[in-house]
Design a protein around this ligand. Structure first.
Ligand code: DGP
Length: 115
């Protein structure tokens, strides 16, 4: 179970966010500190801390996050040129908000490997 985070507040509309998609299980909004022309976060409404906390019972939810991310990439018109999905986990992974989130990054060429 996750603790209270800034993302919980965004889900409850206690702080503003530029929301681009919502359904029963997920919310997607633009990153406050965009690292690419398109930078959107897709989060589960269920407060999972990280992908490392996911269990078999979360399989459908994790799959749904990926499907939603692809649909958003389509609606943001970054499908053709390509995009990247990133899930940071833990300290070395660079996770700063302890609520699972999928970054959608696109709109420019992305280098590899990441820093
Ligand atoms: P990560 O480093 O993977 O934990 O990414 C967390 C992202 O969350 C980071 O890119 C910035 C974004 N973020 C943090 N606080 C807020 C906020 O209040 N609003 C929005 N829209 N994004 C936020």
């Amino acid at each position: 179970m996750a603790h209270e985070t800034v993302f919980s507040k965004i889900i409850r509309r206690e702080i503003p966010a530029d929301i681009v998609y919502e359904d029963e299980q997920t919310l997607a909004f633009r990153d406050v500190s965009p690292q690419a022309p398109t930078h959107i976060l897709v989060i589960p409404k269920e407060p999972l801390v990280s992908v490392a906390d996911a269990e078999e019972k979360h399989a459908a939810l994790l799959g749904h996050l990926m499907i939603v991310a692809g649909q958003i990439a389509h609606s943001e018109a970054i499908l053709e040129d390509g995009f990247r999905l990133v899930v940071n986990a833990g300290r070395d992974g660079g996770q700063t908000v302890p609520h699972l989130h999928v970054h959608i990054l696109g709109g420019r060429p992305l280098s590899w490997p990441p820093g």
